[in-house]
Structures are given as C-alpha cells and as structure tokens.
Design a protein around this ligand. Structure first.
Ligand SMILES: NC(=O)c1ccc[n+]([C@@H]2O[C@H](COP(=O)([O-])OP(=O)(O)OC[C@H]3O[C@@H](n4cnc5c(N)ncnc54)[C@H](O)[C@@H]3O)[C@@H](O)[C@H]2O)c1
Length: 301
C-alpha cells in the first residue's frame, strides 16, 4: 500500500521542518502558505537542512509547494497545520479545509498552547481532528505529542501515532486536551521553581542553570523522573516530597519577578538582557551549542 499523502499548511519554521520529516520518510507532501515568499523558498530551506544533516537530498523531490489551499489538501490523507499561533486564524483555516478533504482525512494542529478543542470545535467531523505538538527543530527533536479531544476516535489516534512512529518520530499519546499538554507542563513546572529560586535570593540565574546542567540534566535524556523515582524507591520519593514540596513555589500565576523583567524591557536575547546579560556572540554560541548537541543525539539514535 502506498504511504499516506501529507499536506502541511504553513511553511515557516515548523511547517517546512515537518514537511521535511515526512518527505524523508517517503511520503508525498504538499505544502501551502499564504505568503508566496515562504513557498518560493521552502524547497531551498529543506535542501539546506538535508545537506547539513548528511541526509539523502532526493527527499526534497517529494515536496510540492502549492499556492492554492484547496488544491494543497484535496488528495491528502493527513493534513497538519503550522500557521501563526492565533485561534481565529486556525479555526478559519480548518473551516476552509474541511469541504476540500475526504470525510476520513485526519486533520491535525501543531499549536503550542491553544486548546485543540477550541480549534476543532466548529468542524463538521470533529472525530477525525487532533493535535500533534512537534518540538523545534522538527527534524532534530524526536518527540511529537498526539493530543486527543473528547471527540477524537481511537482510530484517528492510532493512525497518527503509527504515521509518526514510521516517520522516525517518537509519538506520545496525550489522552486529555489539557493546557501545555505533557511536555510544556513538565518544562514550566521546572521553570517556575527556577525563577522562584532567583526571586528569593537563593542563587543567581547562572547558578540555577549550572545546577541543572551539571546534575540531573546530565541524566534526563536517559532517565525520566518516574524511572528515577522507581530507581531510588517510591518510599524515599515520598519522604523527600513530604519535606520539599511544602517549600517549593506553588503560586498559580506567573512570578512577579518575571513580570518585572518584561515590564522593564529585559526580554532576554531580544534585548540583550533577561535573567542574565547576553552579547550577540554569546547568543550565537549558545544557539550553536544546542544545535550541535541535538545533532549528536540524532546521530546516536
Ligand atoms: N517555533 C516553535 O518552537 C514551535 C514549536 C511547537 C509548535 N509551534 C507552533 O507551530 C505553529 C507555527 O509556528 P512557527 O514557529 O513555524 O511560525 P512561523 O512564523 O515560522 O511560520 C508561520 C507560517 O504561517 C504562515 N501563515 C500565516 N497565515 C497563514 C494562513 N492564513 N495560511 C497559511 N499560512 C499562513 C506564515 O506565512 C508563516 O510562513 C504555531 O502554532 C506555533 O505555536 C512552534
């Protein structure tokens, strides 16, 4: 049987990378963007990525940029959108897409934080709609969270999980459409405490990052927290939680320290100062270090 045909809507940072992953896995991919300039450059961007990774350049031949939305999705078995993070835009887009696709074509949104339920509620067939949350860059980070809503069928979830696994991704099934899905809930639980440690004068920002990178950050790629809890014992974990949890930050909203940084224009890399100060050289070095690390991890996978 031939591989499912994919349509990617949005040829930006995420969309072009998602198209690249599916094309490399042997799928025919159409890609649509409202900006002609994005469509004109998408194949060159994918080619540059493939070259940089040492992947087969012929993958790009399976990607077809299409300037008409209806034509881009008409033959697709699976449509994923990666347009701007705007609820009204995403709702409008799926309303436009639905009349052009078969009733069983799966429709997915790559939103970072908008509830999938809100995006898909207006569809005629909500049972074939779900979320797929990729991480940047899509061709280097393995995880894709597959988020079901109250309407999604088990068949749509199973199809999407299999599609991504066979494309070399590591799909994770999110069984309820909760804010932040799984990855960003975990990530921002850690960030909340990181900000709180600085806010309360326990250490400076650099020290927070050093403690993570030089200690449990070293293990995290191979040892998840619940594996770790089992390794040390649930009884020991319970004893630690009884002592530590009452002391750590549990405020429901953002930290006033973070709000003050933003109000003062200390926006991080964008302004040269956030929790720490950043020269352009330091910013570039850190970005390069992250990409090199991710490439090395992909090579070892
Ligand atoms: N950047 C990340 O790290 C990341 C990670 C996970 C999820 N996401 C999500 O993926 C989505 C895309 O993010 P991005 O970083 O690729 O953004 P981006 O700005 O790089 O790309 C968005 C693209 O959408 C296009 N677009 C805008 N309106 C459109 C329309 N009506 N029809 C078709 N195309 C349209 C733009 O021309 C642009 O090419 C967002 O929902 C974002 O929250 C981003």
């Amino acid at each position: 049987m031939s591989k499912p045909r994919i349509a990617v809507i949005g040829a930006g940072l995420m969309g072009h990378g998602i198209a690249q992953v599916f094309a490399r896995a042997g799928h025919d991919v159409t890609i649509y963007d409202a900006a002609q300039a994005s469509l004109d450059t998408v194949k060159a961007r994918i080619t540059a990525n493939l070259k940089d990774l040492g992947d087969d350049l012929r993958a790009v031949e399976r990607v077809t940029p299409v300037a008409d939305l209806g034509a881009a999705v008409r033959d697709a078995d699976y449509v994923v959108e990666a347009v701007l993070e705007d609820l009204a835009l995403k709702q409008k887009l799926f309303a436009e897409i639905e009349p052009h696709v078969r009733p069983d074509t799966i429709l997915a949104s790559n939103t970072s934080v908008i509830p999938i339920t809100d995006i898909m509620q207006g569809l005629k067939r909500r049972e074939r709609a779900l979320g797929t949350h990729w991480w940047n860059p899509p061709f280097l980070v393995p995880l894709v969270e597959v988020i079901e809503t109250q309407w999604t069928t088990p068949e749509a979830v199973a199809f999407t999980m299999k599609l991504h696994a066979e494309a070399g991704k590591r799909p994770a099934h999110v069984k309820k459409d909760v804010p932040g899905f799984i990855g960003n809930r975990l990530q921002h639980a850690l960030w909340r405490e990181a900000v709180s440690l600085v806010e309360n004068g326990i250490c400076d920002a650099e020290t927070v990052d050093t403690v993570i990178k030089a200690a449990f950050g070293r293990r995290l790629a191979v040892l998840g927290p619940l594996e770790n809890a089992d390794m040390v014992g649930t009884d020991l974990t319970l004893a630690i939680h009884k002592t530590v949890l009452p002391a750590i930050d549990s405020r429901p909203g953002p930290s006033p320290y973070l709000e003050r940084l933003v109000a003062d224009g200390k926006l991080g890399f964008k302004s040269g100062e956030g929790f720490r100060t950043w020269t352009p050289e330091q910013q570039q070095a850190l970005r390069a270090k992250v990409v090199a690390h991710l490439k090395e991890a992909r090579r070892k996978d």
